[in-house]
Design a protein around this ligand. Structure first.
Ligand code: SAM
Length: 182
């Protein structure tokens, strides 16, 4: 597993942080079909989405519904970018920015991550890579049949959380944990 640590100024547009942008572009360079369910203004992936209609993404749906729609259309991706809001507060800000009601249920980041990660699964081709960004290193995980291949830790200075960037490869069926395969 590759590990690196870089220092860079923080930016709300995650992929505009230079080492993180390089990390994403490196994986997209080897990809034929990619999906970004939380894209904001980045049109780097083949299929882009963001809940906020004032962003440059191609679609403006909830990330889970977007992934399920693509899967139903027969899209199979070899690279998926997973860059959601990182905290309940950030989720609340995203929802309020577009005039949506937010309660305890909507702002649970673990619940958002779980339902979107589950919706990503039918989209993936064999050997696909999922890149995850946030404040923890849980990622897709072994339970979904993934192997961690790279961690990039991006330090933004005192008082800021690091951005933890993961690359995980989906293992072939024979190498997945049989009891945990989803
Ligand atoms: C961390 S930002 C993505 C930044 C982007 N990767 C970049 O580099 O510029 C997260 C985005 O997710 C969007 N978002 C929040 N909740 C969402 C949801 N349930 N479905 C789809 N998009 C959502 C927000 O509007 C926000 O633009």
């Amino acid at each position: 597993m590759k590990f690196s640590r870089h220092w860079a100024m923080p930016n709300r547009d995650t992929f505009s942080v230079p080492p993180i942008g390089d990390f994403v572009r490196g994986y997209l360079a080897g990809s034929k079909v990619s999906v970004d369910p939380f894209a904001r203004d980045k049109r780097w992936a083949t299929h882009t989405n963001d809940l906020n209609p004032d962003t440059a993404a191609e679609h403006h749906m909830d990330a889970e519904a977007f992934c399920l729609m693509l899967a139903a259309q027969g899209v199979r991706a070899d690279c998926v970018l997973f860059d959601p809001p990182y905290s309940p507060r950030q989720i609340s800000e995203c929802y309020k920015a577009i005039g949506l009601e937010v309660g305890m249920k909507e702002t649970q980041n673990a619940a958002l991550y779980a339902r979107v990660r589950t919706a990503i699964m039918p989209l993936l081709s064999d050997g696909a890579t999922v890149l995850s960004f946030g404040w923890n290193s849980a990622g897709m995980g072994v339970g979904r049949g993934f192997e961690l291949v790279e961690i990039l830790l991006c330090c933004h200075g005192a008082g800021h959380n690091d951005t933890i960037c993961l690359a995980e490869h989906r293992l072939p069926p024979a190498k997945r944990e049989p009891t945990l395969d989803l």
